[in-house]
Every structure is written in structure tokens, then in C-alpha cells.
Design a binder for this molecule. Structure first.
Ligand SMILES: Nc1ncnc2c1ncn2[C@@H]1O[C@H](COP(=O)(O)OP(=O)(O)OP(=O)(O)O)[C@@H](O)[C@H]1O
Ligand SMILES: [Mg+2]
Length: 276
């Protein structure tokens, strides 16, 4: 592993404690291109925010993270949802070839369908589940739903409490967040959430030449290097597939993509060659 893939104690502390710096273990998503973007995976125990507008693939990516945890890394996972009926989750996951019921029978997965109110009021739901399956991963679908049940101004405190509860149990969390369709991260900063989490991933629809494509970017990752490009991804019948960066466009986050000069030059060059 390269030095960029490690999170160690600050330099001063390293000097005081020679040989004590430890590489943080990576929690792999099991999606090779995403793990590469994250320089090996999420940091163990980190709280990761997955933000995106409606239909961008948050639930699919969240479930894939849990399913890969079980099938590829032997790590149990919990999926907490406020919005979906259990049958629909199993059915939709089944369409991707993910057998959640079997994983549940093997005590490696649990779907917790609850209300934000119950989740906030009692840590018991989590404790019971945590004792049962000893999860290493948890997905909350979605943290945005909590905003409706918390008094104005109290959201940040409640979110902090929840994140810390999960962290102290040594579980890595993926917190889904419904961003506005404008896709910027304004909403995140409004509630001060991006400061509470260690890593932020954004999913965003982009319109290019009259078609809607999907983009993914790692906006921040505390204590680690990460890919800074906007990468194209697709939701395929087997789950999320990440492609290369949108190398030939700029201005994608503003919603007004323009071809970069080199691509314009190539296009002119191709047209000139074709007309000969
Ligand atoms: N089995 C499948 N095969 C291919 N693509 C699928 C499949 N199931 C869903 N999709 C695609 O994934 C999209 C929705 O993904 P998902 O439900 O993960 O998004 P989301 O961000 O969680 O949405 P919401 O904001 O409604 O919660 C669908 O609009 C569809 O394009
Ligand atoms: Mg969803």
C-alpha cells in the first residue's frame, strides 16, 4: 500500500511514539473502481455520507456495499430503512441477484424497517441487532428522513449522537442523504452535516448532449488521498459499475457542461478529415 493510502497519527505524535503509527484498515466497497478511487476503501469505523438526488442510485449502492461485505469480505451488515417496505427491498435486491433472505438466514444481514422517531428514541433496536449479527457495516436509508422528526435546529445534534453511537460500536456507516436535484452540496452545509462525517460521496445526474448520465465524485475523505475526478457510473442489472472520468467535459457540476478545448480540437480535426 502506498503512503497516500494510509492514515497515520500526526507527524509530531509519530515522533513521540516511534513505531506506533498504524495504518487504518480499509473497508472495501467491493466495487473495484470505487475502492481504487478511495485508495483501498473507506477507513474502518468512519461515517460516510452518500448524497444524491432522487433516483441517482443511493439505495442500490448502499445495498451493494452490504451485500459485497457479506459475500466478498465475510462482514455482516445492517440496513436501516424508513421508507421501503421489507418485501420491496428483498424484491429489488433480488433483481440485482442479491439474495438478502439467505444472508439473513445465515445471520450476516438484517434489514431494520423502523421510523426515525423510534431510531432516535431508543438505541435498543440497534443494540439487539448488533448483538445478534455483530455487523461491521451499517447503511441508513436515509438520514434526510430524520430532519422531518427533529425540531428545527436540533438535527445536527441528533445526527451527531447517532453517528457517535455507531462509531463507538466500531461499525462503519454509510448514511444516505437526499440532495436537491440541483445537486450541489448546499443542503449539506446548511445542516452542518459535512463536518460531522469523515467522507462525502456525491451522486449526480448530468445532462450531456440531450441524455441524462450519472456521475460520482468523492468530495472529501478525512486523512486520506482520494480520486478528485467526476467519474461516470451506471446502474446495471448486476449493480453499480463505475467508468472513467468525464475527461472531455468541464462545467459538469454547474449543470452546463462544455467540451474542453482538446475535445473541440479533436472534433474539428475529425470533421475536417471526414469532409476530405
Ligand atoms: N434491476 C435493475 N437493473 C438496472 N437498473 C436498475 C435496476 N433497479 C433499479 N435500477 C435503476 O436504478 C435507479 C434507482 O436507483 P435507487 O433506487 O438505488 O436510487 P435512489 O437514489 O435510492 O432513489 P430514491 O431517491 O428514490 O430513494 C432506477 O431509476 C433505475 O434506473
Ligand atoms: Mg432510495
Amino acid at each position: 500500500m502506498t503512503s497516500s493510502a494510509t492514515r497515520t497519527a500526526p507527524t509530531g505524535l509519530n515522533q513521540l511514539l516511534p513505531g506506533k503509527s498504524r495504518e487504518a484498515r480499509r473497508v472495501k466497497t467491493g466495487i473495484p473502481e470505487l475502492d481504487e478511487m478511495l485508495r483501498g476503501g473507506f477507513m474502518e469505523g468512519d461515517a460516510v455520507l452518500l448524497a444524491g438526488s432522487a433516483g441517482t442510485g443511493k439505495t442500490t449502492l448502499g445495498l451493494q456495499y452490504l451485500v459485497n461485505g457479506v459475500s466478498k469480505f465475510n462482514e455482516a451488515g445492517v440496513y436501516v430503512t424508513f421508507e421501503e417496505l421489507p418485501d420491496r427491498i428483498y424484491r429489488d435486491a433480488g433483481n440485482f441477484g442479491w439474495d438478502l433472505r439467505r444472508m439473513e438466514e445465515e445471520n450476516m444481514f438484517k434489514a431494520v424497517c423502523t421510523s426515525p422517531k423510534l431510531l432516535l428514541e431508543s438505541a435498543n433496536i440497534q443494540d439487539e441487532t448488533i448483538r445478534e449479527i455483530r455487523p461491521k457495516r451499517i447503511v441508513i436509508d436515509s438520514l434526510s428522513h430524520l430532519t422531518m422528526f427533529v425540531e428545527q435546529g436540533g438535527f445536527r445534534q441528533e445526527a451527531y449522537r447517532l453517528i457517535m453511537q455507531i462509531k463507538t460500536r466500531g461499525i462503519s456507516s454509510l448514511l444516505l442523504w437526499e440532495a436537491s436535484s440541483a445537486g450541489n452540496s448546499m443542503m449539506l452545509t446548511d445542516v452542518g452535516l459535512s463536518y460531522l462525517v469523515d467522507c462525502v460521496i456525491m451522486l449526480k445526474p448530468v445532462e450531456i448532449e440531450s441524455s441524462i448520465r450519472k456521475a460520482l465524485a468523492v468530495l472529501k475523505m478525512r486523512g486520506s488521498d482520494h480520486d478528485k475526478h467526476l467519474r461516470e457510473f451506471e446502474i446495471t442489472p448486476t449493480g453499480v459499475k463505475i467508468a472513467s472520468a468525464f475527461a472531455n467535459y468541464e462545467g459538469l457540476t454547474s449543470g452546463v457542461p462544455r467540451k474542453v478545448a482538446s475535445e473541440k480540437f479533436m472534433e474539428m480535426f475529425r470533421k475536417a478529415s471526414d469532409s476530405r
